[in-house]
Design a protein around this ligand. Structure first.
Ligand code: GLN
Length: 197
């Protein structure tokens, strides 16, 4: 059984814990670099990336997280996706740069900033699940504007990628932890197991 942590500085980390518990994984809350040591994988939840960044800086967690991600899988959702990206716009802010994507924050505009939508599954995820669409909860979501060569798109919405993977890492601009469907968390756990073997 994989040991999974959820970064618990800010945001909806408890919803991720519940999603993982549904799949039989008791994920632990992570607030210090030392707590990362014993883990096989980490989830960075949604929330407010600017606030999370400040807390990561004040807790001296940025470098430990970066090193963790060079060896072990991270699943970032929404604000977590922003923290994992190589480049962040609107406005620009520092990030872990572990995934070769550029993101634009709050990119769906103020009026329609949160919604539940059907997104289209692609590639490996569509093949493995045999499904074409799933429900996705977007809350002041970023848009992925650029994907580098090693990035694979697993789902899209209105023509933009909303779920991607690069190597061991997985990124969603929406909140799979807020839908009853556990497809995406299951996919992440399968990735984690594949990394371990
Ligand atoms: N808008 C937030 C940010 O820029 C992300 C929102 C979310 O995580 N639901 O950090």
């Amino acid at each position: 059984m994989s040991r999974v942590g959820v970064l618990a500085l800010q945001g909806d980390f408890e919803a991720h814990q519940r999603a993982l518990a549904d799949l039989g994984v008791e994920a632990v809350q992570v607030r210090t670099a030392r707590e990362l040591d014993s883990l096989d994988a980490l989830v960075i939840p949604g929330g407010e990336s600017t606030t999370m960044l400040k807390l990561l800086e004040s807790e001296n967690l940025l470098e430990p997280l970066r090193s963790f991600g060079l060896e072990r899988p991270i699943f970032g959702t929404c604000a977590g996706a922003i923290l994992l990206a190589r480049q962040v716009e609107n406005p620009a802010q520092p990030s872990l740069g572990l995934i070769d994507i550029s993101v634009v924050r709050n990119a769906y505009g103020r009026q329609v900033d949160s919604r539940v939508a059907r997104i289209r599954l692609e590639g490996e995820l569509a093949r493995r699940s045999g499904r074409q669409e799933i429900e996705a909860v977007f809350i002041r979501a970023p848009i992925i504007r650029r994907t580098g060569d090693g990035v694979r798109v697993l789902a899209s919405y209105q023509g933009d990628p909303v779920l991607i993977e690069q190597g061991r890492h997985l990124v969603a601009t929406f909140h799979p932890e807020l839908s009853p469907d556990r497809l995406i968390h299951r996919y992440f756990l399968e990735k984690v197991e594949a990394c371990e073997s």
